[in-house]
Design a protein around this ligand. Structure first.
Ligand code: AMP
Length: 610
């Protein structure tokens, strides 16, 4: 028998593997109801003896009916005392029978600090399973992806330890540092231009620089580019705009500039890099044109799509990405959180506005709380944190959701969350077999967001209260304010529009407004401050002073659009372009935060204990 060529056999094997993964999706979605029952029963039987379930009266029962009758639907604050006990070193089985191996630090905050999501060892395998579905799905729509590489910008963030010695870090940092990522066997679908060392480098400048250097050098092989969120990818392009001459020089000479001091990064890059003056000329030509439109296709001409999340608040970056990529498909592959990974997009080449995620029934046990948003266009109003008896009865299971209806996602995870409200609002947009598909509507109570920061109106109000004390000596106060997440700058930044009531005669010097900016930043949550200080993903906060009467004009405008005059309240956050234009047309002065607010890794309560 003639031997099958190696290339054929490996592509055949890959096709077989892909087919298996797609069959698996078929299977779990066809049997979504049974799979969900099994997941719940597994979670409850394995954790039958944990303190939390016993406290609520569950004595080993694993059926959905008893579970729902006894267990309350909760938010983070309800289990915070339990989480704190675990963080402080209590090793008894409080939430799970398996030990909590780390805390995943969510970008959602509580009391200004990141929420701590408990996780157990095996969860990592479940998360990797979801990742392993993505390329088989993608390869149905885009051919030959296995023939090249992905230029994905991946970053690890700093980690800290709880007083009880448990590591607390973001979910992606946990994944990149795990053997699943570091020691992954060769797979054409996880073949990235970035060597592991560049991803694991804790210094964000060196990590970004070295990843872009390797990505540029291997430009011919790059078939797809991406980052997790759109904001991160745009930041990389901006970095390239600023640093391309240095990068070009390194490619010309085949060396790494001395700013890259991390020896493991230098060595990893030097294993790839050789002098390539022709490539350096090409990059120089493209980057010195002064126009960055289509820069992605100009520098990485074989790129077939941009893999970034542009649903939810990230939708604000779509025009910028279209500009840089000359309209390449923007692909949102998955929907996930620190609590649990949830779903995948089975139609990844669809338009961003059409994206829907199929929740994978094996990941956790899902429930859905119907929401009826009336005129609450951005859902930024605080919603009730605890449910009344009748709301408890309204929750429905995965296979019972209704097309077109909006729901808040509630999950029970293998890692110790029971009937936990994730805080996301989803709308049913279709079904894959019995499993529903959801479009992401919004995160509850988020007024402002640039990167992974999420600031709600209450936080903003408190920050304002602290800031306006600087105006007191001038007998001035803020009569109206609103805010806007300005993403026309890179990085984006928060803007506050202030209309002032000035009674004093002494003019207010600029430094006072700058102090106000900084006080607001100091008062915002730790994710915001980390974005400003460590990730540099958020620019300095800006206060724009508007003319007297601007907020009256705003009201006139809202009423002309049909708002009720009796119920009108100035919005605390604006998104609608004509309103932003109206505000901007009446700005008399603007001020920026003069420096970064304070931020240290870990929770503020741990600083003195560690
Ligand atoms: P974190 O807890 O920091 O991991 O953030 C998870 C949150 O990010 C989710 O609860 C969503 O609000 C948001 N998120 C994650 N994936 C997506 C997505 N594909 N589209 C929109 N928002 C997302």
């Amino acid at each position: 028998m003639p031997e099958v060529p190696r290339e054929y056999s490996s592509s055949h094997m890959l096709a077989e593997k892909n087919k298996k993964m797609l069959e698996l999706i078929e299977d779990v979605t066809k049997n979504a109801d049974e799979v969900q029952k099994k997941v719940l029963s597994e979670i409850l039987s394995r954790n039958a003896n944990v303190e939390y379930l016993r406290r609520h009266g569950l004595r080993g029962q694993t059926d959905p009916h008893t579970f729902k009758k006894l267990l309350p639907v909760i938010t983070y604050e309800d289990i915070q005392p339990d989480i704190n006990r675990i963080a402080n070193g209590d090793k008894s089985p409080i939430l799970t029978s398996k030990p909590v191996t780390e805390f995943l630090t969510s970008s959602g905050t509580s009391g200004g600090e990141r929420k701590l999501m408990p996780t157990i060892d095996e969860e990592l395998g479940r998360r990797c399973f979801l990742y392993s579905l993505l390329m088989p799905i993608m390869s149905q729509f885009v051919a030959d992806l296995e023939k090249g590489k992905g230029m994905y910008l991946m970053f690890t963030k700093c980690e800290s330890k709880t007083p009880g010695g448990i590591v607390a870090r973001p979910v992606l940092t946990s994944y990149y540092k795990s053997p699943y990522f570091r020691d992954r066997p060769y797979d054409p679908y996880t073949n990235y231009t970035s060597p592991n060392e560049t991803v694991l480098c804790p210094d964000s400048y060196q990590s970004m620089y070295s990843q872009l250097l390797c990505g540029l050098y291997q430009y011919k092989e790059v078939l797809r580019v991406g980052a997790i969120f759109a904001s991160g990818f745009i930041r990389a392009i901006r970095f390239l705009e600023k640093h391309w001459t240095l990068l070009c020089n390194d490619i010309r000479t085949g060396t790494v500039n001395p700013l890259i001091t991390d020896t493991s990064v230098r060595e990893a890059v030097m294993r790839i890099l050789r002098p390539d003056p022709r490539l350096a000329d090409l990059i120089h030509r493209e980057c010195s044109k002064g126009c960055w439109q289509g820069i992605i296709t100009r520098l990485w001409p074989n790129t077939k799509y941009v893999d970034v999340i542009v649903t939810g608040t990230m939708a604000q970056y779509i025009p910028t990405l279209d500009y840089y990529s000359n309209g390449l498909p923007l692909v949102c592959t998955m929907y996930a959180s620190s609590e649990c990974y949830f779903g995948v997009n089975l139609n990844p080449l669809c338009k961003p506005s059409q994206v829907s995620y199929t929740l994978i029934p094996t990941m956790c046990y899902y429930e859905f709380l119907p929401v009826n948003r009336t005129n609450d266009l951005n859902a930024s109003k605080p919603s009730p944190t605890s449910l009344n008896q009748s709301q408890h009865h309204e929750l429905v299971e995965l296979v019972d959701v209704k097309l077109g209806q909006e729901y808040e996602l509630v999950v029970t995870t293998h890692a110790g969350l029971y009937r936990y409200r994730v805080g996301d609002i989803l709308r049913v947009s279709g079904f894959k077999n019995k499993a529903p598909q959801f479009s992401f509507v919004c995160r509850k109570n988020v007024a402002l967001s640039i990167d992974s920061d999420k600031t709600d109106e209450v936080e903003l109000q408190n920050a304002m209260k602290n800031a306006v004390t600087h105006l007191v000596p001038f007998d001035a106060h803020v009569s109206e304010y609103t805010s806007y997440a300005d993403t026309t700058t890179i990085p984006g930044h928060y803007v506050l529009y202030w209309e002032l009531c000035l009674k004093g005669s002494t003019p207010i010097p600029p430094c006072v407004y700058e102090d106000c900016c900084l006080t607001i930043e100091e008062s915002l949550n730790s994710v915001y401050r980390q974005g400003r200080v460590s990730d540099k993903s958020i620019g300095p906060l800006e206060i724009k002073i508007v003319e007297q009467g601007t907020f009256d004009k705003l009201m006139d405008y809202a009423i002309s659009l049909g708002a009720s005059i009796n119920q009108y309240k100035a919005p605390r956050c604006v998104k609608f372009a004509p309103i932003v234009e109206l505000l901007n047309s009446r700005v008399t002065a603007n001020y920026f935060s003069p420096k970064c607010p304070k931020w240290v890794p870990g929770h503020k309560q741990w600083i003195h204990q560690n």
